[in-house]
Write a protein that binds this ligand. Structure first.
Ligand SMILES: [Mg+2]
Length: 352
């Protein structure tokens, strides 16, 4: 259950966004500010940010793949006291060794390809996405990777001819749509309203619960603002506002996560509460991790992967946000080299 408003007031006495829309936004601390006298590093190019988001998400997905469904005790038993510190799961295909990602990246690729085919016509883009989702459910690229039940149910409805806006379950509120929502923030980074609106519409193919719509909206807005070079707390505040437009309970959960990051509440506490199987928990967990490590995609991905909940999805979201902010050069080169289909994903990002 989300916390009550009273609990949230206690946890976070400084409001991060105003309920009065004409107020100026709160000042955002510049986490990436260089030390006095040091030259400011050049900001990453847009091309680098697009690749950083796509590859960061895939890397997070692959990093969290072996720890999904494991408790923290089981993770520490298997990987040592610090948990997973790099890719632990490798597959071989045609003599090439790689760290496999999961359904999160498979579906996000469907979303991105559909958007690159149709950037201007919502209905055409969603119908193209529906075709790709049905094809994914029946013949996923690289084989099935723990697909979510709501995603598969939505795909079955689409295959039966349901309209894309009505295919998802009305109470489907898992993280299956937010995990694949980051491409809207990339393709529509210069049109925030469109990024949010299309991300919300796309959720309806498989997830129609307001918490899934709100989480998808927040993710699209957050990634778009990261691409635009905005500061972490400003990004988080706008993600909170986007969530609030679609599901106030989701916004409450996000606000508490922002408060936890601000108060330096540790991940053993916050990411144990936010298991992220549900969409509102997933977006709140991602924002918490992003605020703790906005300039360190590797740290963000590892913190997200070492969680007792939906590790691959939290790490996907954290990788997309930090990769969009810092660019592909900020990702560890060996992770970029080893993640599944890195070259294809990089080429896809270059088409944005
Ligand atoms: Mg997954």
């Amino acid at each position: 259950m989300p916390p009550t408003a009273d609990e949230d007031d206690d946890a976070n006495p400084t409001p991060l966004f105003s309920p009065f829309p004409n107020d100026p936004p709160p000042p955002a601390p510049d986490a990436a500010a260089p030390a006095a006298g040091a030259p400011a590093p050049a900001p990453p190019s847009r091309r680098s940010r697009f690749a950083g988001a796509v590859l960061g998400a895939a890397i997070g997905d692959a990093m969290g793949h072996p720890t999904e469904f494991l408790s923290m005790a089981a993770i520490r038993d298997r990987y040592g006291p610090d948990g997973v510190r790099g890719f632990e799961l490798y597959w071989d295909r045609g003599g090439h060794r790689f760290a496999p990602y999961t359904d999160d990246t498979q579906m996000a690729e469907c979303v991105l390809r559909a958007l690159l085919d149709d950037r201007d016509d919502l209905d055409a883009a969603m119908r193209g996405m529906a075709r790709r989702f049905v094809d994914w459910a029946e013949r996923p690229q690289g084989g099935h990777r723990a697909p979510g039940n709501a995603c598969l149910a939505g795909c079955r409805a689409l295959a039966r001819g349901a309209h894309w806006a009505e295919a998802g379950g009305p109470t489907a509120g898992g993280c299956g749509s937010v995990m694949r929502a980051y491409p809207f923030g990339l393709v529509f980074c210069d049109d925030l309203d469109k990024a949010e609106r299309w991300a919300v519409e796309h959720s309806k193919l498989t997830h129609r619960d307001p918490i899934a719509l709100a989480a998808s909206a927040a993710m699209a807005v957050g990634v778009a603002r990261a691409i635009r070079g905005e500061e972490p707390l400003a990004i988080a505040s706008e993600m909170l506002a986007a969530a609030c437009r679609h599901s106030p309970p989701t916004a409450v959960m996000v606000a508490e996560a922002i408060g936890d990051a601000d108060a330096a509440v540790g991940p053993d506490q916050t990411l144990d509460r936010l298991r992220a199987w549900a969409a509102h928990e997933a977006i709140a967990a991602a924002i918490y991790v992003f605020l703790r490590h906005p300039d360190d995609p590797a740290a963000a991905v590892l913190e997200a992967a070492n969680t007792p909940g939906d590790s691959d999805s939290i790490a996907t979201l954290a990788g997309a946000l930090t990769g969009a902010r810092r660019g592909v050069e900020a990702l560890p080169p060996d992770w970029v080299r080893d993640v599944e289909r890195a070259d294809e994903l990089r080429a896809l990002a270059d088409r944005i």
